[in-house]
Write a protein that binds this ligand. Sequence first.
Ligand code: HEM
Ligand SMILES: [Cu+2]
Length: 676
Amino acid sequence: MTTTSPETISAGGPLALPSGEETRRNPLGVFARPTATEGWRSWITTVDHKRIGIMYGVSSIFFLVIGGIEALLIRAQLAAPDGQVLSADAYNQVFTMHGTTMIFLAVMPLGAAFMNYLIPLQIGARDVAFPRLNALSFWVFLGGGIVLNSSWLLGGGADGGWFNYAPNNGVTYSPSRGIDFWNMGLMLTGIASLVGAINLITTCLNMRAPGMKLFRMPVFTWMSLVTQFLLLFAIPVLTAAQFLLMFDRLFGARFFDVDAGADPLLWEHLFWIFGHPEVYIMILPAFGIISEIIPVFSRKPIFGYPFMVFSGIAIGFMGWGVWAHHMFASGIGPLSVAAFSVSTMFIAVPTGVKIFNWLATMWGGRLRFSAPMLYSVGLVTMFTIGGLSGVTHAVAAADTQQTDTYYIVAHFHYVLFGGALFGFIGGWYFWWPKVFGHYLNDRVGKVNFWILLVGFNLTFGPMHILGLQGMPRRTYTYRDGYGFNLWNMVSTIGAFIIAVSFLIFFWNIVRSYRAHKANPVAMPADPWDSRSLEWSIPSPTPPHNFDISPTVHRLDDFWHRKYQENAQGKLVRVATSEEIAQKGDATGVHLPSPSYWPLVISVGLPLVAWGLIFSLWLCLPGGLLVVAGIYGWVLEPATEPGDHHGHEDHGPTTTDDAGDAEATADAPAEEAAPVD
Ligand code: HEM
Ligand SMILES: [Cu+2]
């Protein structure tokens, strides 16, 4: 741990970094240590968890748009029988890339965006445990997304479905390069997830403020922690399978080559041992988000906090025992089928516990239906529909009929879109003021919600019917006269309504920003009367997060400082948010300095990936960049001494138990900065 003298922080909005005056050469003498506090340079070298969270958010929305355009192409092709929009081959690429993009480049990193921004704030920390590693995660993720999508420009996308089953994923059946890009791109995003998991697990376990016991962590942080453990164990299974596939495709190794005697079920097992937990990796962060929103907008504590946490943990464990429900039709033996059928039904239990706890939280509450709450209730209802059709797949006999029909497509969109995405959009509306210092327009948000809800149900509701009528998925067209025409047209219209709702959302962002610029109103720290620690600090969040490291005495500590029971046992307000909120002008806090090295490594890795696909020569500069980046990183101290002013007049360290009174004082605190 570096202990250099503290420095003054310029509290200049959410995006300002600690300023440094002197620059020093790093040990390799190649680059001066970056010192920019604004402009693009400050962004590419930042190690601040808040900025990294924002960058995850921006990139995933970018990929969400790409995946959305692919979805619209699919629906345009299927709008009417004998569609002419896409060829069969293009269709295979588009739906494969749509699923892959949505899962790995939109929904997963959206979870990462929230976790990076919020976990340190919710546990009262100044950053994640390893800030430079955090930057590495983001840039490697972005590199992976670019490698995956570069396939569109370099010969076409992957075409074997997002699960790319063997033997279709081998060169015999997919000779184009698409699956190589898929393989390399996802191995990179896998590195990003794995590094991120180690970082965030360490953060949750080691960086909590005094008194923030594990069972005082907000539910969002808990669900994120479970998610990170799932990533930690699931991603390596996928990476291992992809590594073998890489050897198959590039060097003829024949791990999955059925003609050479390989078992096609091997890939399926490996893929779904990753793939099923992956579903919970996508949904648990959204569950966490609405578990923060629903209590605030019901003006009640979350019902059954320990049940919320334990059901999340139970889902995390049980998620490992159900992967073969994706394989009922693949010829695994009847005993396997029966066992996985039963285990799958059991996993509905903790999920049901969560749903009932959200309902119980709302029950008897004084509900406010602002936009964040609408999306949260939207999640509960839409996810419940998806969950119920999920239980019908657990019945193996029913599943053998439903599998590979549009019934499945309906199911997983209710879960992943109606579940995960609705939760994230609710989270955007909820935390936007904290991150950017102004609201998103709530009225537009409500209009937006209803349009999205209608479009969503028009798109995916009819797919249940189409599926039960026998319309197969992953076929690029259907004939007239099969009875599929009407509902396909409805579904396509619905998809374009969803697109409109997203345009409204983006317009809301622009409009709200403009309105704020034209008429800046200071955003209070606690605009929703919330419960968790991030609302006790100014909006937008200052670079050092907390002026004074908070001391926590109970669950929802911040809220209990505002409300206490009186003699009659009734809750009464004892303090305003303003009285409790921190001021955001601390001096004497020092933060890790920015760094180029994560970016250098992350530029090297895609070059290696492209090199393996096209020409091994390209691996050379790529590999050199990676090695140079690692060296530079290792030799670079976490905090640059030259970045600091050596003044001594910093305030007392206040982490003692007098938190309630002290928290309002604007005395600066000297806190140990995170290291990496
Ligand atoms: C505008 C919204 C969306 C529309 C209209 C849409 C439409 C579709 C359609 C029609 C298919 C079936 C393709 C086929 O089997 O031939 C599909 C597949 C898929 N979608 Fe979406 N989708 C949307 C959003 C999402 C989101 C948010 C996710 C989140 C993860 C997602 C994940 C998937 C996956 C995993 C597949 C399977 C791809 C495969 O079989 O390889 N979709 N989507
Ligand atoms: Cu599953």
